[in-house]
Write a protein that binds this ligand. Sequence first.
Ligand code: G1P
Length: 290
Amino acid sequence: MAKIVRKAVFPVAGLGTRFLPATKVMPKEMLTVVDKPLIQYALEEAAAAGIEEFVFVTSRAKGVLEDHFDRAPELEDTLSRRGKQDVLDQLRSWLPKAGSVVSTRQQEPLGLGHAVWCAREFIGDEPFAVLLVDDLIKSKTPCLKQMVDTHAKTGGSLVLVEDVPRAMTNRYGILDVASDDGRLVKVKGFVEKPDPAVAPSTLSIIGRYILEPQIFDYLARQQRGAGNEIQLTDAMAAMLTTGAYFGMRYEGQRFDCGDKLGFLKANLAFGLDRPDLGQSLRDFLKELKV
Ligand code: G1P
């Protein structure tokens, strides 16, 4: 039986330059899809998968991410005085337990592998999840829950995967596939952002991982890879000789919210799905003159 996954790492140190000017002073993880910041979607997805401890790997000017998961006494008092109990209850309903969110700084932008390594003291010796907040996944069963359930059966390490057009392999971590049953893939290699001509497959890593703590030994080597960054994918590739890795296809739709078009699509898809907005939005789209 695989150990239960209780902790999750959220690498949230990135500058979000692709979203300027919106992200000049506001962390990109606070961009909202309809009315909820991306970081909250990720944290709620993790909580729904049974995660109890949430580790933010931040950088300067990201303090608001911690504030978002804290009580807001002034706001709560005002809502209470105005008799807006329902809004107040809603606001408190998704707050993580006191002490369950911790945050550490990635002092320099040295890559995703380095960001995950920064969380090592909080993870210790147990399997853990990594959620990349840019990848927003709309699904019936929360995506990380799908992974945790699979991991309970497979053990080892597990990454979320999706087929991408070959021309796009240079944007993702790509799998070298040993075997594939249509849902679960046994991995024999990983390559970070390969040129389409040499990519071993078109199966790409999406921003959800369940990793064994041994990954920290490989990350500690601090070897530079694609883009001269310390890549998580490279550490996973190096670890393949000692640990099993699986790729999992998932039920749902993923939106790359690190990209403007992906972000707009996410707002539409989540908006159309909302009971309070969906029909009006649908009507508007029919009327839209472009
Ligand atoms: C990161 C990982 C890459 C993965 C991708 C998923 O890349 O390095 O392996 O496929 O996330 O979103 P980034 O998007 O940070 O360049």
